[in-house]
Design a protein around this ligand. Structure first.
Ligand code: PDD
Length: 286
């Protein structure tokens, strides 16, 4: 099926969508993005994603070419035009296209930011990875120091994913100074003696929108949460491990660097949290 996508003010078939070769997102990864999941044709946690987008834009002194109300309308139009029931929407805002390649930013009064959105269909409430759990490998975290900003500089995460694939695993967890920062495209957690452990928020990790919701649900369900760094060895010796992201919700991790975690099967805490997430989040979906 040819998707209808949104590019700089127009809804177009994906085959006809074009951007300038001078777009700074293309030339310099001078761009931020969001991925919002869609369940039953509705956006999950849209407010959270918009709030983080605004923060990413502000941190990079970038101006959105559309208002946040217009952004919601574009998301809805794309869901409708593509008959999207389950999956997600990718959104990217760039600093736009200057007259040439230039390290100096163009004046936002003169050069409008670029914007691209497209839908993707994906089974996210149930799939093989969720049923069986995933294997991860550890990879040194060589990303830049502002991982709290959701930029499109994804070369190292992509490299790490390829390393995992070559090793017969699915995902990579990044390690810096001996401690896990986060997954290549998700936040990382372990569970030990009933306590959920995940790294605290800082510039070292992306402030996951799913992370916020999951920790809130965990606390409401009287589960104990500890926000602190953990090592790969601690994770290998945990009772269970899991990852969260907009497109994975909670994803059980059953093996780390070849060592089975807990029983080597998806654990009860991540399974329970996923059930709560899938029950609760549609109530506030837009
Ligand atoms: N990735 N950490 C990193 C490095 C991420 O790229 C992501 C999301 C997360 C989880 O954030 P959230 O819960 O808001 O999705 C954590 C998206 C899904 C991606 O790049 O496709």
């Amino acid at each position: 099926m040819t998707r209808t996508v949104y590019v700089n003010g127009e809804y177009l078939p994906e085959t006809e969508a074009k951007i300038s070769i001078f777009d700074r997102g293309f030339l310099m990864a001078d761009a931020v993005y969001e991925v919002t999941s869609v369940l039953n044709g509705k956006l999950i946690d849209f407010q959270g994603h918009v709030a983080r987008l605004q923060r990413s834009l502000a941190e990079l002194e970038m101006v959105s070419p559309v208002t946040m109300e217009e952004l919601l309308e574009i998301h809805h139009q794309l869901i409708e035009k593509n008959n999207l029931e389950e999956g997600g929407i990718y959104l990217q805002v760039t600093r736009g296209a200057g007259a040439d390649r230039d390290f100096v930013w163009p004046d936002p009064e003169e050069v409008k930011g670029g914007i691209v959105l497209f839908t993707f269909a994906k089974k996210i409430t149930s799939n093989k990875a969720l049923d069986e759990g995933i294997k991860v490998i550890s990879v040194e975290d060589l990303r830049w120091g502002r991982r709290d900003i959701k930029t499109t500089q994804l070369l190292w995460p992509s490299f790490a994913k390829m390393k995992a694939k070559k090793a017969g695993a699915t995902d990579a967890w990044f390690v810096e100074d001996g401690y896990v920062t986060e997954g290549y495209a998700n936040n990382a957690y372990i569970v030990k003696d009933g306590v959920i452990i995940t790294r605290e928020l800082s510039n070292d990790i992306l402030h996951g929108i799913t992370r916020t919701a999951i920790l809130k649900f965990a606390k409401e369900a009287q589960m104990q949460v500890e926000e602190r760094p953990f090592t790969i060895e601690e994770a290998q010796n945990a009772d269970e491990a899991f990852a969260t992201s907009a497109t994975g919700f909670t994803q059980p991790v059953i093996e780390i660097d070849g060592v089975a975690v807990g029983t080597g099967k998806p654990g009860p805490v991540s399974t329970r949290l996923r059930e709560i997430y899938i029950d609760e989040m549609p109530k506030t979906a837009l």
